[in-house]
Design a protein around this ligand. Structure first.
Ligand code: M6R
Length: 367
C-alpha cells in the first residue's frame, strides 16, 4: 500500500504532482483563461458583498492559510486576518455578515477548527471550508466547501494535503479576482498558466530529492536550527520548521528574515544551520543581507532559491537548492517540497518513526 516507498510520508510527498492536477482538474477552463467553482453555493453578489476575511485553522493547515492570506490580499485586495483556531473564539473577533470565514482542515475533524466554524456561523458569517475529506464534520457544517483532491493522507506529517490547500487558495483567489474584476482576464490567465505548470515543476524537484539527503544528515547532528524568509517565504519557513520538529524532534524556529537582528541573532553561533528561502525576487537583495548577518556569526547556510541564481549565490551560502521559476505568489507550492524532504531524511537519519511521530495523532479531536 506504500507503492514501493519506505514510508507513507515519502509516498505522499511524491503524490503531490497528481494531487495538484486532481485539485485543478475541471476548475480551470480548457482555454486556460477562467476558473469555475461550481461547488460554491455563494452567489457572485454575495462574494461582492464580503469586506473582510478570517482564515482559521491549526498547524500545517494554518500555514497554508498564511499563504492564502497573501493570495487573497494580493489578488482581491480585501483585508485578511489569519488565526490559530484555538485562539480565535476567545478573542472576540469582529465577525459580521460581510465577513467570510475560511476554515482549512485536511481531516475536517479538528475540534478547534470545527468550534471556530460554529462560532463564525453563530455571528452571522458565511463559512467556506477547504478540506480533504468529503462528508467530514467541517465539510457538512460549512456553507461552502472546496474539496482538495489530495487523496487519503496517512502519515501524521501533512504534505500533499498542505500543498493541495495552497492550490485551493490559488484557485479561489483567482476565481474571486475574476468575479470582482480586481485582476484583468489576462492577469487571471497568467496565474492559471503558471498553476498548470506546477505539477511538472514539482516532478523536477522530486527528481533531485537525493541531493537533500546530505543536508538533512548534517542537520540531524544539530540540536537547533533556523528557517528564514520574507513574504510568503516566511509562511513556508514556518511550515518547514513545524515539519522538522514534528518528525525529527530537532528544535527549530522560523523567522521573518528581517526580524532576526532584533534578538534571535544572538543564538546563531559557529555551525548553526540556517535554511534561507529566497524565492521572492523583489526581496532577494534584502535576503542576501540577512544571510550575511548569519554568516558573520558562523552560520552554515542552505539557500533555497529560484533557478538562474546558482552561479552568484555560491558566494553567499554554503549550499543551495534551486527550484523552477514561477509567479512570486505561487512559489510556496514548490519551495515547500525540499523542506518536506529535508525533514523526512533528517527523521530517517535519526531512526525515528517517520509516519507515526511520538506524542502526535493524525486528527486532533480535543480542544
Ligand atoms: O486535519 P487538520 O488539517 O485540521 O489538522 C491540523 C493539524 O493538526 C495538522 O496540520 C498538523 O499540524 C500536522 N500533523 C502537521 O504535519
Amino acid at each position: 500500500e506504500k507503492a514501493g516507498f519506505d514510508h507513507f510520508m515519502l509516498k505522499e510527498v511524491h503524490e503531490q504532482p497528481k494531487a495538484y492536477r486532481d485539485t485543478m482538474r475541471g476548475r480551470i477552463s480548457d482555454d486556460g483563461r477562467s476558473v469555475a467553482m461550481p461547488e460554491l453555493k455563494m452567489t457572485a453578489e454575495q462574494l461582492k458583498g464580503i469586506n473582510r476575511v478570517h482564515i482559521v485553522a491549526c498547524g500545517t493547515a494554518l500555514h497554508a492559510g498564511l499563504v492564502g492570506k497573501n493570495v487573497i490580499e494580493s489578488l482581491v485586495r480585501i483585508p485578511v486576518e489569519t488565526d490559530v483556531a484555538s485562539e480565535y473564539r476567545y478573542r472576540s473577533p469582529i465577525i459580521t455578515p460581510e465577513t467570510l470565514v475560511i476554515v482549512v482542515s485536511q481531516s475536517g475533524e479538528t475540534a478547534d477548527t470545527l468550534a471556530a466554524l460554529r462560532e463564525a456561523q453563530r455571528c452571522g458569517a458565511r463559512v467556506l471550508a477547504i478540506t480533504n475529506v468529503v462528508g467530514s464534520s467541517v465539510a457538512r457544517e460549512a456553507d461552502d466547501v472546496i474539496i482538495t483532491l489530495a487523496g487519503p493522507e496517512i502519515a501524521v506529517a501533512s504534505t500533499k494535503a498542505y500543498s493541495s490547500q495552497l492550490i485551493a487558495f490559488f484557485l479561489f483567489g483567482a476565481f474571486w479576482a475574476q468575479t470582482l474584476g480586481t485582476k484583468s482576464e489576462a492577469q487571471v490567465a497568467q496565474v492559471l498558466a503558471a498553476m498548470e505548470a506546477l505539477p511538472e515543476q514539482v516532478e523536477k524537484i522530486l527528481a533531485q530529492a537525493e541531493l537533500l539527503k546530505e543536508v538533512a544528515e548534517s542537520i540531524s547532528h544539530h540540536s537547533s536550527l533556523f528557517f528564514i524568509g520574507r513574504g510568503v517565504d516566511y509562511a513556508v519557513a514556518m511550515e518547514g520548521s513545524l515539519k522538522l520538529k514534528e518528525i525529527s524532534y530537532i528544535h527549530s524556529e522560523a523567522y521573518a528574515a528581517g526580524e532576526l537582528k532584533h534578538g534571535t541573532l544572538a543564538l546563531i553561533e559557529e555551525g548553526t544551520p540556517v535554511i534561507a528561502l529566497l524565492s521572492q525576487e523583489d526581496l532577494y537583495e534584502k535576503m542576501l543581507s540577512n544571510i550575511k548577518e548569519t554568516k558573520a556569526r558562523g552560520a552554515d547556510v542552505l539557500g533555497i532559491l529560484n533557478e538562474g541564481h546558482e552561479a552568484e549565490i555560491s558566494k553567499s551560502v554554503d549550499r543551495y537548492f534551486a527550484i523552477p521559476r514561477t509567479l512570486p505568489l505561487l512559489t510556496p507550492a514548490l519551495s515547500v517540497i525540499p523542506l518536506q524532504l529535508i525533514s523526512y531524511y533528517a527523521s530517517l537519519a535519526l531512526g525515528h518513526d517517520v509516519d507515526k511521530p511520538r506524542n502526535l495523532a493524525k486528527s486532533v479531536t480535543v480542544e
